[in-house]
Design a protein around this ligand. Structure first.
Ligand code: ASP
Length: 290
């Protein structure tokens, strides 16, 4: 048995002062939900799902209820999960109507397929009894205040007391993109990755550039060779060279947590075995890091 850790994020973005308390409150509730699962001996996969479900229900985050609209005013969501013990991946892309895309991704995790999209993903969600959004939740609930503010995918990484890692993401994508556009968030090696021999990582940011730089893969490879903070920093430098913004949370194989970003804010929360309260960071000013 080892100690458990969960590290979550609510997006690499700009957080307006009036949105700070909602971000803090959403992170606090979400990280505690994941921590409760781990403290009860639950798996890293279950903890990541539990934390992300809370953020999918919180309108301050661009996932589930808070998902931003595409160019046609519709909502298409993406989510991904990875189990570091088995390297199983489950993801959904361009999925409409579902309240908790991450839970559909977890269902895919149990299957041979790794990624289901669009109508196929919705049919699978219905087949597995996924809860649909009620009528009100199907309309976009939040206005994006700036282009930067749109990068607020949610994500989580966890290490359970069995020594297993997991990573997950959930997003409404980027506001105003083409119908059917899919970013990094449901793609393993781009928006997320977990491998018990290396650790786990989850990202937020400009999805096309994160995919072009296979950023999760870059970070996870470095976790095998260097400490978690430099592994994140030098990978984000690659993203910055493309003029893009992002943020990453990661755990190395010993469970050491780290995060980094080149966006103005990155909403992050951490809990470890024995913690009564989470540590929460929203901006650079607050960052001494874990
Ligand atoms: N990475 C997400 C995407 O491009 C956006 C975000 O992080 O908010 O779909």
């Amino acid at each position: 048995m080892t100690g458990w850790t969960i590290l979550i994020h609510g997006g690499a973005k700009t957080i307006a002062p009036e949105e700070e308390s909602d971000n803090r409150e959403g992170l606090d509730e979400a990280v505690r939900a994941g921590a409760d699962v781990l403290a009860a001996g639950g798996s890293a996969v279950a903890a990541v799902e539990a934390a992300i479900r809370v953020m999918e229900d919180h309108p301050v985050f661009n996932a589930g209820t808070g998902a931003v609209p595409n160019r046609a005013g519709g909502i298409e969501m993406c989510a991904g999960m990875m189990d570091g013990a088995s390297l199983a991946v489950g993801a959904v892309a361009a999925l409409p109507l579902v309240r908790h895309p991450v839970s559909v991704a977890r269902e895919v995790l149990r299957e041979r397929e790794i990624l289901l999209a669009g109508n196929g993903a919705l049919a699978f969600a219905r087949e597995r009894g996924a809860e649909l959004k009620d009528d009100e939740q199907r309309q976009p609930v939040r206005a994006v205040v700036s282009a930067d503010a749109a990068c607020d995918t949610v994500g989580a990484v966890a290490l359970d007391s069995n020594g297993d890692f997991a990573a997950g993401t959930s997003t409404g994508g980027l506001e105003g993109t083409r119908v059917g556009r899919v970013g990094d968030s449901p793609m393993p090696g781009c928006g997320f990755y977990a491998d018990n021999t290396l650790g786990a990582v989850a990202l937020s940011g400009d999805g096309e550039e994160i995919a072009r730089t296979v950023l999760a893969s870059r970070i996870i490879d470095k976790l095998g060779r260097m400490d978690v903070m430099p592994a994140i920093q030098c990978s984000l430098a690659r993203l910055a060279r493309l003029g893009a913004e992002g943020g990453a949370v990661a755990l190395d194989r010993k469970g050491q947590p780290g995060f980094g970003h080149n966006s103005s804010h990155f909403a992050v929360a951490l809990m470890r075995a024995g913690d009564e309260d989470p540590s929460i960071w929203l901006s650079r000013d607050e960052e001494e890091g874990p």
